[in-house]
Design a protein around this ligand. Structure first.
Ligand code: ATP
Length: 441
């Protein structure tokens, strides 16, 4: 395994069209990124995989797509207006800004090396505030949501009353969140605009003791199914200093990113805190009447909260490798699981002429029904394979002179570089079979 560095990932992402800095031609905007042609496919695939896993493959989980803008009282009730802050310090000499909880305040400034130059820490609210309507006064202040979870809590009653769900059940949502982060280094790991995949599971008080370990286990298993190396994932339990005052227990799934172990997803046991807060602030009843026992209670919540864009970074760094080839050079390869690979199949005519190009193009059009495909007929075949390896395309189909005679093609596997000859009408089933049984080699 080659050592993957953030620089290598950033450069590959830009060169091959996964991720660009926002507003690059104007010098770039810190903490914001644009997903290019391959990046958007990768991100959508991870999102769709999560969505399918959480809604379709689990009992009693329904979806929601709440708006980004919400009533500002929501954020008073949730505690974000008063508490969603990070302590910030500035270096008086070089003006660099840091999160006070992420550096040693007695050590020299990590940027300029001067000692004793930090300001006193001051709290800084991470929510982006703006105004709704033409008047920019305090009455019109509104926030870009810093998490998707509150959209789920405030719709709890709507979902119970309009669907056939019964506690225990969950509501899943994927969407943008915004945080005015003080330090946004490490590429898309921590950005000001990002996407979250959250599920809030509502259960009877007391049963959270069973659901909490259940969801921890489910969420770790998910990453195995996504093809992530399990030895690069671990649990971190929140200590008393990290635990929110209302939380009963909280664990993070951490991944070994190029800069070290960092949080990927949180699984939190949140009690009835959020629904109780909304009941208090809205004056609306947030209780649930159990139809079987006639008991009335505010459900407890187990939350699974993953960063989608952070998952993209994990998928890229987990997949990245540089490997020696039989020809004696090195290939860069992304070992994406076929489920999330931006392109599943590339169709490559050995040469353009003699009808081979046309045959391959027609085949690529046919395969579009089943897979995301790509057609490439420029350059030597070896170079075209390398280009596909570098963007993580698991399967290449090559059309050559023999194809015209006997309708067979070469199917090349990205990881093993093994090639097999198969009849053209077996490609779809062969690729389906290979992707279903895929194991990274
Ligand atoms: P931190 O303490 O690192 O700021 P957090 O513990 O506040 O993060 P949560 O509020 O639990 O994070 O958010 C849930 C998930 O959302 C995180 O595990 C992460 O994957 C993602 N996330 C949070 N903030 C960001 C961000 N600024 N950029 C990208 N992803 C983020």
């Amino acid at each position: 395994m080659a050592q993957v560095t953030m620089d290598k990932l950033v450069s590959l992402c830009k060169r091959r069209g996964f991720i660009f800095q926002s507003s690059e031609i104007y010098g770039g905007l810190n903490g914001a990124y644009d997903y290019g042609p391959l990046g958007v496919e990768l991100k959508n695939n991870i999102r769709d995989f999560w969505w399918k896993e959480m809604t379709q493959l689990h009992d009693d989980i329904v979806g929601l797509d709440a708006s980004i803008l919400m009533h500002s009282r929501v954020w008073e009730a949730s505690g974000h207006v008063s508490n969603f802050t990070d302590p910030m310090v500035d270096c008086k000499v070089c003006k660099a800004r840091f999160r006070a909880d992420q550096i040693d305040l007695n050590a020299p400034c990590p940027n300029c090396g001067n000692k004793g130059t930090f300001t006193e820490p001051r709290n800084f609210n991470l929510m982006f505030a703006t105004h709704i309507g033409p008047d920019a006064d305090s009455a019109s202040t509104i926030y870009l949501r810093p998490e998707t979870a509150q959209g789920i809590y405030v719709n709890f009653k709507n979902v119970v009353q309009s669907s056939r769900v019964k506690v225990p059940f969950g509501i899943a949502q994927v969407g943008k969140s915004f945080r005015n982060e003080i330090t946004t280094k490490n590429f898309i790991f921590r950005s000001c605009e990002f996407e979250q995949m959250e599920m809030q599971f509502f259960c009877k008080p007391g049963t959270d003791e069973q659901w909490f370990p259940y969801w921890r286990e489910q969420r770790m298993a998910f990453y195995g199914k996504m093809g992530i190396r399990l030895d690069c994932l671990r649990w971190h339990q929140h200590g008393p200093d990290e635990l929110a005052f209302y939380a009963k227990d909280a664990y993070d799934i951490q991944y070994l990113f190029p800069m070290g172990w960092q949080e990927l997803e949180g699984v939190h046991s949140r009690t009835d805190y959020d629904l109780t807060q909304h009941q208090k602030f809205s004056g609306k009843d947030m209780t649930y009447l159990d139809p079987e026992t006639n008991e009335r209670y505010i459900p407890y919540v187990v939350e699974t909260s993953a960063g989608l864009t952070r998952n993209v970074l994990m998928a890229l760094s987990d997949a990245y490798d540089e490997e020696p080839t039989p020809e004696g050079d090195t290939r860069t390869v992304l070992h994406f699981h076929p489920l999330i690979a931006p392109i599943m199949v590339a169709v490559l005519p050995l040469v353009k002429k003699d009808g081979i190009g046309e045959y391959a193009e027609k085949l690529e059009h046919e395969l579009r029904e089943d897979f995301t495909t790509f057609f490439d007929q420029s350059g030597a075949i070896g170079r075209r394979y390398r280009r596909m390896d570098e963007i993580g395309t698991p399967y290449c189909v090559t059309v050559d002179y023999d194809t015209l005679k006997d309708n067979t093609v070469t199917l090349r596997m990205r990881d093993s570089m093994q090639q097999i000859r198969i009849p053209v009408d077996q490609i779809v089933s062969e690729i389906h079979k290979a992707s279903k049984t895929y194991k990274r080699s």
